[in-house]
Design a binder for this molecule. Structure first.
Ligand SMILES: Cc1cc2nc3c(=O)[nH]c(=O)nc-3n(C[C@H](O)[C@H](O)[C@H](O)COP(=O)(O)OP(=O)(O)OC[C@H]3O[C@@H](n4cnc5c(N)ncnc54)[C@H](O)[C@@H]3O)c2cc1C
Length: 373
C-alpha cells in the first residue's frame, strides 16, 4: 500500500524538484503525508497514531526513501525521532500533550544535539548550558546542523545543566523546546544534499524553557538517549536500502533502453557487472536490515549489529549511487535524473548520526580490543 501511494503521490521527479528548491522546506510533501495519516505510523493508537513497531516503520521508511531520498526526514524527524523520544521519555501528561499533535501533523520536530565544536565527541564539544531559575531553565548556547529547525514547532534539545560532575555524560538534560520561544533563532546552512530539508545553525540566547518541557529526569539525559541509538541506526539502514532500490530500478531501466554501438548498453558486460554489484548490495543490506529490526523488535541485544547495519548500508548506498551515475553516463550527472540526488543525499549517512569511523571503533571494542581514543 505504501509503495502504491508513494509511486502515485511522491514520484521521483517531484522529489527531485522539491529537493532542488534549497531555500524552501517541502511543506507540500509534509501536507500529503499528514493527509494520508502516515505521520501516525509508530505512534500508539491511544494517542491518535496508527501504531506499528520498528519493522513497520522501516518498511515505510524504505519505500519513502526509494523516491524521496533524504526528504524521508520530512516524515522521520517528527514521526520517528520526535515521537519515539516522547513515547519513551515523556510522562503521561507529556504524551497526551504532544503525541496526538504529532500524529495529526500539527507539531513538527527538529533535533538539536550536535554543536559547532563537534558531533563525534558530542559530550566533549557541548557548551550549551541551562541554568535553573524559578519555574524552568534559562538556556544559552549554539547547536549545529539542526535539521528543519526554521520550520519546527518543537526542538529536542540536549543541554548541559550541571558542570560539576564526575563524568561528562552526567549532568545532561533533554528538553522539548518550543521553537518559537523568544531568544531562539536559526540560520540555514547551504549543503551538498537533502537541500530542501533546511539544516541550520541554531542560536539560543537566554531562552526560557519551562519545567514541564523537561523530558525524563534532570541530569540523566545520556542514560535515556543511549538505548534509543539502535533505532536510529536501523532507520539509516532502511533509508539506504530504499535508496539502493531506487538506484537499481533506474539503472536497469536505463541499461535496457539506452543504446550504444547499435545495442542497449545493458548488453555490455561491464554494465551488467555494475548492475549485479548493486543488486548484491541491495540483498546484503536488506538481509541485515530485517535481521537487526527483528532483533530489536524481539527485545534482543543488537547494539553491535545495528552499528554494522548502519555502516554497511550507508557505504552500499553511496557505492550503488556512484555506479548508478556511471551507468547513466552524462545523464547520471544531470540534475534531470535522480542518481546524483541519491549520491548526494546518502553521502552524509557515512558521517551521521555517527561516523563510520566511530562505528568501526565500537565494533572493534566489542571484540575486546582497547578503546582507541
Ligand atoms: C546534513 C546534516 C544534517 C544533520 N542533522 C543533524 C540534526 O538534525 N541534529 C543534530 O544534532 N545533528 C545533525 N547533524 C550532525 C551530525 O550528526 C554530525 O555532523 C556528525 O555527528 C559528525 O560530527 P562532525 O560533523 O562534528 O564531525 P567531527 O566530529 O568533527 O568528525 C570529523 C572526522 O573525524 C573523525 N573522528 C572523530 N573522532 C574519531 C575517533 N575517535 N576515531 C576515528 N575517527 C574519528 C570522524 O569520523 C570524522 O571523519 C547533521 C549533519 C549534517 C551534515
Amino acid at each position: 500500500m505504501a509503495r502504491r501511494w508513494i509511486d502515485a503521490e511522491v514520484p521521483k521527479a517531484w522529489a527531485r524538484e522539491l529537493e532542488a528548491d534549497e531555500q524552501n522546506y517541502p511543506f507540500a510533501l509534509w501536507d500529503k503525508l499528514v493527509e494520508a495519516g502516515f505521520l501516525g505510523i509508530g505512534i500508539d493508537e491511544e494517542y491518535g497514531g496508527q501504531g506499528g513497531d520498528i519493522l513497520i516503520q522501516m518498511i515505510f521508511a524504505r519505500e519513502l526513501a526509494r523516491t524521496a531520498g533524504g526528504l524521508l526526514w520530512v516524515w522521520g524527524l517528527t514521526s520517528f525521532a520526535g515521537a519515539k523520544s516522547i513515547s519513551h521519555f515523556g510522562s503521561d501528561a507529556q504524551k497526551q500533550r504532544w503525541l496526538p499533535d504529532m500524529a495529526a501533523g500539527k507539531c513538527r520536530v527538529s533535533i538539536g544535539f550536535t554543536e559547532p565544536d563537534g558531533g563525534t565527541d558530542v559530550l566533549g564539544a557541548m557548551k550549551t548550558f541551562g541554568e535553573k531559575v524559578d519555574g524552568g531553565w534559562i538556556v544559552n548556547g549554539q547547536k549545529m546542523w539542526c535539521t528543519a529547525a526554521k520550520v519546527a514547532d518543537r526542538i529536542l534539545l540536549l543541554v548541559r545543566t550541571d558542570r560539576n560532575v564526575e563524568k561528562r555524560h552526567h549532568g545532561l538534560t533533554l528538553f522539548f523546546l518550543d521553537a518559537k520561544s523568544p531568544g531562539v533563532s536559526a540560520d540555514l546552512l547551504p549543503k551538498l544534499g537533502m537541500r530542501a530539508m533546511g539544516s541550520c545553525a541554531l542560536f539560543l540566547d537566554n531562552v526560557f524553557i519551562p519545567d514541564d518541557c523537561v523530558l525524563g529526569e534532570v541530569g540523566k539525559a545520556w542514560y535515556m538517549v543511549l538505548p534509543s541509538l539502535n533505532n536510529e541506526r536501523i532507520m539509516v539502514g532502511a533509508q539506504c536500502l530504499g535508496a539502493i532500490d531506487g538506484v537499481l530500478e533506474d539503472a536497469v531501466d536505463y541499461a535496457k533502453t539506452r543504446k550504444a554501438f547499435g545495442k542497449p548498453i545493458g548488453q555490455f558486460q561491464a554494465i551488467q557487472h555494475y548492475i549485479a554489484d548493486i543488486a548484491t548490495w541491495q540483498t546484503q543490506t536488506e538481509l541485515l536490515m530485517y535481521y537487526v529490526s527483528w532483533l530489536q523488535n524481539n527485545g534482543q541485544e543488537c547494539g553491535v549489529q545495528s552499528n554494522m547495519l548502519k555502516m554497511v548500508a550507508s557505504e552500499n548506498a553511496v557505492k550503488a549511487a556512484d555506479l548508478g551515475i556511471q551507468i547513466l553516463g552524462g545523464m547520471g550527472y544531470s540534475a534531470e535524473t535522480d542518481m546524483q540526488r541519491y549520491w548526494r543525499d546518502h553521502r552524509i549517512l557515512r558521517m551521521t548520526p555517527i561516523s563510520n569511523e566511530m562505528v568501526r571503533n565500537s565494533i572493534a571494542e566489542s571484540l575486546g580490543l582497547p578503546r582507541s581514543f
